[in-house]
Design a protein around this ligand. Structure first.
Ligand code: UDP
Length: 327
């Protein structure tokens, strides 16, 4: 299939692109390279540098590459930033997504996969969180994804658009090939920051609060290997013709911040000093996904469910790429 991957130079998009290319799909990556890296794009994928805000550029890609399906990763993704700059999120994330959707509809493309988020669940009644949970966005970031999910729902009703909304919990790890991994600037995610301490690039990791109602007082998150996320995209793509669908994606197992740091100590052999700081605004105590639905419906089975392996792969990437992609 000819697949347009927006944000295919970013962390998750580049690893999904790698998997798509490996199985023989033809991929065109569309990325503005604000946050993405040109060298993260698999060499067998076509690359177009462009911005989703430029509706004509988006339309042109559909024509030139005869696109049959879209995977939409390109997005602003930081909860904290969205609390300071809401228009970037409920504004740009949404209008950029609409430009892409409009181009797809106009070209008759009916297959679409949206990167969505656990930030839709700010006030969960049950843990782990399944797809029946009430949607309460925790930030303008979460709101932008809710809006796009709703637009997809209506495009399905009106145009027979087939979509999958995949709500990631904490994407982590790196490609097992060691070729692609996490390289954000600024880095805000726990595992890469902890590994920067092991690399000597940072003196200590700050734990954002240790007075949460959890087993050791630090926040619990569900870390899911990025390659397992990639497989979920491929399964969802292959199932689209049978109907639209929405899945929560995680391991179903939570780890505290302290447990993550301890695992990183074991994997790296570095003492990794940690200090306790203030809570980060907007952080819920616990977020764990129930992924029973995608396991049941699509047979998704995480290949790397344990935290040790996730951290080992992340460490292999960071150790060999201490300054990321360097482009
Ligand atoms: N965290 C932390 N120190 C850091 C970065 C993150 O204690 O320097 C915590 C954060 O409060 C959250 C967990 O680690 O509970 C995972 O944070 P991350 O930003 O990786 O992902 P999020 O859960 O926000 O999507």
């Amino acid at each position: 299939m000819n697949i347009l991957v927006t944000g295919g130079a970013g962390y998750i998009g580049s690893i999904v692109t790698e998997e798509l290319v490996k199985r023989g799909d033809r991929v065109v990556v569309f990325d503005n390279l604000y946050y993405g890296h040109r060298s993260a794009v698999h060499p067998q994928a076509a690359f177009v540098q462009g911005d989703l805000a430029d509706a004509d550029a988006v339309k042109a890609v559909f024509g030139v590459y005869d696109v049959e399906a879209v995977m939409h990763f390109a997005s602003y993704t930081l909860v904290g930033e969205s609390m300071e700059k809401p228009f970037m999120y409920v504004g740009d994330n949404v209008t950029n997504g609409l430009n892409l959707l409009r181009a797809a509809v106009e070209r008759g493309v009916r297959r679409f996969i949206l990167s969505s988020t656990a930030n839709l669940f700010d006030d969960p009644a049950r843990m782990p969180i399944d797809e029946e949970e009430r949607i309460v966005p925790g930030s303008p970031y979460g709101e932008s994804k809710r809006i796009l999910e709703r637009v997809l729902y209506w495009l399905d009703r009106v145009h027979g658009f087939r979509y999958a909304a995949l709500r990631y919990f904490n994407a982590a790890g790196a490609s097992p090939t060691g070729e692609r991994g996490e390289d954000h600037d600024p880095e805000t995610h726990l595992i890469p920051l902890v590994l920067q301490v092991a690399l000597g690039q940072r003196e200590a990791i700050t734990i954002f609060g240790d007075d949460y109602p959890t087993r050791d007082g630090t926040c619990v998150r569900d870390y899911v290997h990025v390659s397992d996320l990639a497989q979920a995209h491929i399964l969802a793509l292959d199932a689209l013709d049978e109907g639209s669908r929405t899945y929560n994606l995680g391991n179903g197992q939570g780890f505290t911040v302290k447990e993550v740091i301890e695992t990183c100590r074991q994997v790296t052999g570095h003492p990794i000093p940690a200090k306790v700081g203030a809570r980060r605004p907007g952080d819920p105590a616990t977020l764990i996904a129930s992924s029973d639905k995608i396991r049941r419906e699509l047979g998704w089975q995480p290949k790397y469910p344990d935290l040790n392996t996730i951290v080992e792969h992340a460490w292999a990437w960071h150790r060999t790429h201490p300054h990321g992609y360097e482009d």
